[in-house]
Design a binder for this molecule. Structure first.
Ligand code: SF4
Ligand code: SF4
Length: 419
């Protein structure tokens, strides 16, 4: 397996950055079928609608086109993509052969719940070996709460936490370092630990801070070496808005619905917790992105950088296989991905309609490169006016480098100890 460096630091990617483009990312919703019960998601198995899975021939065409158009990051998501494990692995292998450098997928962990069965270890060895034979770079496992019972109850997957704990060392033996993927919710620190409505800002901030601390400690104790946080995705489409989810991973359930004032406090709590854990576990979440979201929600509309959805990042949904700027701008059908000429898109980024970290985090972190390259004055202005922003941005970049750019095929190194 050849070593992969961060896309932004490879020479071949500097040119597009100079032209105002950042390394491309495509998220393919392979299927909207799922076997879990998460209250925070519209794809849970109890939702009654016809489920879909993209045909393999269609996916091979998409992967070919992504490779040809130099897409750097390709994610296979769901639903639960591992329901179709063999086919999923073939797709990952195909994308590997097409030299797409950042291939990612993840699971709700249903395969870990039978940890007491006699063939559990053999099954995990088998899966880890098959994943290791591809160029899969990042493999995430969703975890919703610092309490095992709460997570299992939310997902409807009893026993899964014990299974994850048993499976992680096996994955590590094969050089696969899964990331814990937290979908921020009111049970993050444990059942009922965060009230359904904020009455006191300071108390709410403190409760979330404690929840994030519990959570990071919990996943480290399970054996994870990497962790990410998905920002809350409740959606309320207003009349005339372009928002209409084609991705089903959103919900209006109060467990993940937060008012703007609540979001400010929870983002602050996350931002203040991360530095304490950065030396102990690799944390994807860039501080500069949280800082910008806080400013945006405090009313400074122009502060955060606009999202690259529909310009450099795309979402392909499972039903028809059509492409959208993201999973949430469902009124903007861009057609088949292999008919799109990404290079010819000359729209300027503008959207800040949601907090989807898959698109918002890199738009902020890498987007600032473009601003700095294209207009050195904007860098200077931001440095002068917002030295805290630039300081965090530099720290994030340094941290990313120290974490081998979150290479999920490498163990943790000791570089992060300086943080
Ligand atoms: S969040 Fe994931 S695992 Fe849970 S119901 Fe939705 S698609 Fe399934
Ligand atoms: S901010 Fe990005 S992910 Fe969210 S709706 Fe806009 S383009 Fe989509």
């Amino acid at each position: 397996m050849s070593e992969i460096k961060s896309p932004i630091f490879q020479i071949k990617n500097v040119l597009p950055i100079l032209k105002g483009r950042i390394p491309g990312q495509v998220i393919i919703q392979y299927t909207d079928s799922c076997n879990a019960l998460c209250p925070q998601c519209s794809m849970r198995k109890t939702e009654a609608y016809d489920r879909s899975k993209l045909p393999e021939e269609e996916l091979y065409k998409i992967i070919d086109s992504a490779a040809k158009q130099k897409i750097q990051a390709l994610s296979f998501t769901g639903g639960e993509p591992f329901i179709y494990e063999e086919k999923l692995l073939n797709l990952i292998q195909y994308a590997s052969q097409r030299n797409i450098p950042y291939i990612r997928t993840g699971t709700n962990g249903f395969m870990f719940k039978d940890w007491e069965s006699s063939d559990f270890k053999d099954k995990i060895h088998h899966l880890a070996e098959k994943l290791a034979n591809t160029n899969l770079r990042n493999f995430w496992i969703s975890i919703d709460s610092a309490e095992a019972e709460t997570h299992e109850q939310m997902r409807g997957l009893k026993g899964v936490i014990k299974g994850i704990e048993k499976a992680l060392p096996i994955f590590h033996q094969y050089g696969i370092y899964p990331a814990a993927n937290l979908g921020i919710n009111r049970n993050t620190g444990g059942l009922g630990k965060i009230p359904m409505e904020m009455t006191d800002k300071e108390a709410f901030y403190g409760e979330f801070k404690e929840a994030f601390q519990f959570f990071y400690q919990f996943v480290m104790d399970l054996g994870f070496t990497m962790v990410n946080a998905c920002y809350p995705m409740s959606m309320e489409a207003t009349e005339g808005s372009q928002m209409k989810a084609v991705y089903g991973a959103e919900s209006s359930n109060s467990i993940i619905s937060f008012s703007i004032d609540e979001k400010i406090q929870l983002f602050k709590a996350l931002m203040d917790t991360i530095p304490k854990f950065r030396s102990k576990i690799r944390i994807f979440t860039p501080l500069v992105s949280l800082y910008s979201l806080i400013k945006q929600y405090q009313g400074d509309e122009n502060f955060s950088l606009p999202c690259r959805g529909g310009i450099d990042f795309f979402f392909i949904e499972a039903k028809e296989g059509n492409t959208y700027p993201c999973g949430y701008r469902g009124k903007e059908n861009l057609g088949k991905f292999y008919d799109l000429n990404i290079k010819s898109i000359n729209e300027k980024p503008f959207c800040k309609a949601c907090d989807w970290e898959c698109f918002r985090d890199p738009s902020e972190l890498i987007g600032f490169f473009i601003h700095s390259f294209k207009n050195p004055l904007s860098y200077k202005n931001k440095s002068l006016k917002h030295s805290a922003y630039v300081k965090l941005w530099k720290e994030d970049l340094k941290y990313y480098k120290m974490c081998d750019y979150f290479d999920g095929r490498k163990p943790m190194n000791n570089n992060r100890e300086k943080f």
